[in-house]
Design a binder for this molecule. Structure first.
Ligand SMILES: [Zn+2]
Length: 395
């Protein structure tokens, strides 16, 4: 993903790192046969603790219930979910991710105790602590939570981030506190923005279907709302690394180049949102990454299927650009471009092995072969270690 595909390629690995990429033959080499080698995929937006929440999924694009009704279902689901169930959901989500070739995650974490499951997995990533609080009391509690979270030690493969959830659930002071702490600690932010029309109506007029949703939870406090999406964009410090999640209803006028939008294509389709102006954003220089979102809204955690969906629906995008949105550009979005996202000497040896699709000529561009076909990931390496080992080759 940092140059043209290399036919008959060979990767030399030294410890955790890629040492060389060339066409040399080496003693002790493993011949993987006719396969495609790619950098490990990077899924920058998941909610692994909702991996068991398939019953919440939207009912399809024709379903008139809309976003607030879906939120009601997710909140009800979370109420009845025990900590043990959340832990099992995270474990299952990590397994699904790995099977899909995902080696780096950006996961939203609702319970700090789930952190230990992430750091004991072979994957790497950023755990974004979810922060909720529209009323003064709840916002004050969330500020305590964020300080506790950032005071904990770093772990090798996992970093800590903050996710002040969304404009309809976060008080202005909580946004400010999260941005100030993130800037001071150099940690990334993830914010759900402009996800629904109901969110715009709430901010502009303090009315619409999100009001009864918040009232029923006893957290309706219009004095805490930010005035508009544009106001929130202007609050972010200039150098702050931030993932804007969804951004379904913001005009492409509103973001500047080098900012990142995380687009979750099949979740977007399931809600029947307006078409996502992906190419307009890219034309402006805004980085667009693809992610699955959680299983409360998406059918699975297979990031390659998000890429295939985009490749089918945006015919002007080249196959390698689409793959870059789950590798190279995703690495840059979380600030890890020195370490992952491409197969490059000096970077970490995180890679996926995909069998060459049968019947496809070997001269085909490998990204086209992957996106036009339906082959799955066969093997996964992280830090130079096979986590899912390749099938043995005969002869
Ligand atoms: Zn989300």
């Amino acid at each position: 993903m940092d140059g043209p595909p290399l036919t008959d390629g060979s990767i030399a690995i030294d410890g955790q790192l890629i040492q060389a990429i060339d066409q040399a033959r080496r003693s002790g080499e493993i011949d993987l046969g006719d396969v495609i080698l790619l950098p490990g995929f990077i899924n920058v937006h998941t909610h692994l603790d909702l991996t068991d929440a398939a019953e919440c999924q939207p009912k399809g694009a024709d379903n008139p219930e809309g976003f607030p009704a879906w939120l009601e279902r997710v909140v009800a689901f979370r109420r009845k979910q025990s900590l043990a169930q959340q832990q099992a959901a995270v474990e299952t989500g990590l397994t699904y991710s790995l099977q899909a070739g995902v080696t780096t995650l950006g996961d939203i974490l609702t319970q700090p105790s789930l952190w230990s499951l992430l750091v004991s997995s072979p994957l790497r990533g950023v755990a974004f602590r979810e922060l909720l609080g529209l009323t003064p009391d709840r916002a004050a509690d969330a500020i305590t939570e964020l300080n506790d979270w950032l005071a904990l030690q770093k772990e090798g493969r996992w970093h800590r981030g903050l996710s002040p959830h969304a404009p309809y659930s976060v008080r202005r002071e909580l946004f400010v506190a999260a941005m100030t702490a993130a800037e001071r600690r150099g940690c990334p932010l993830a914010i759900h923005l402009a996800e629904s029309r109901a969110e715009a109506e709430l901010l502009a007029q303090h009315q619409g279907p999100l009001v009864p949703f918040l009232e029923r939870r006893g957290v309706w406090d219009p004095s805490g709302l930010i005035g508009s999406w544009e106001e929130l964009l202007q609050m972010v410090p200039a150098e702050q690394r931030i993932l804007w999640i969804h951004v379904n209803y913001l005009s492409p006028r509103c973001l500047s180049a080098r900012q990142t939008i995380v687009h979750c294509p099949r979740t977007h389709a399931a809600f029947g949102h307006d078409p996502f102006p992906l190419e307009s954003w890219q034309h402006k220089g805004v980085r667009v990454c693809l992610a699955t979102d959680g299983l409360a809204s998406n059918p699975d955690l297979n990031l390659l299927e998000e890429a295939r969906w985009v490749y089918r629906h945006y015919p002007n995008l080249t196959a390698d650009r689409v793959i870059s949105m789950i590798t190279r550009e995703a690495a840059a979005a979380i600030g890890w471009e020195k370490w992952v996202g491409t197969l490059t000497p000096g970077k970490l040896a995180d890679l996926v092995v995909i069998p060459w699709p049968s019947g496809v000529p070997l001269a085909t561009d490998p990204c086209v072969a992957i996106l036009e076909g339906s082959v799955s990931v066969q093997a996964v390496m992280i830090d130079g270690q096979w986590i899912l080992p390749p099938a043995p080759q005969n002869g």
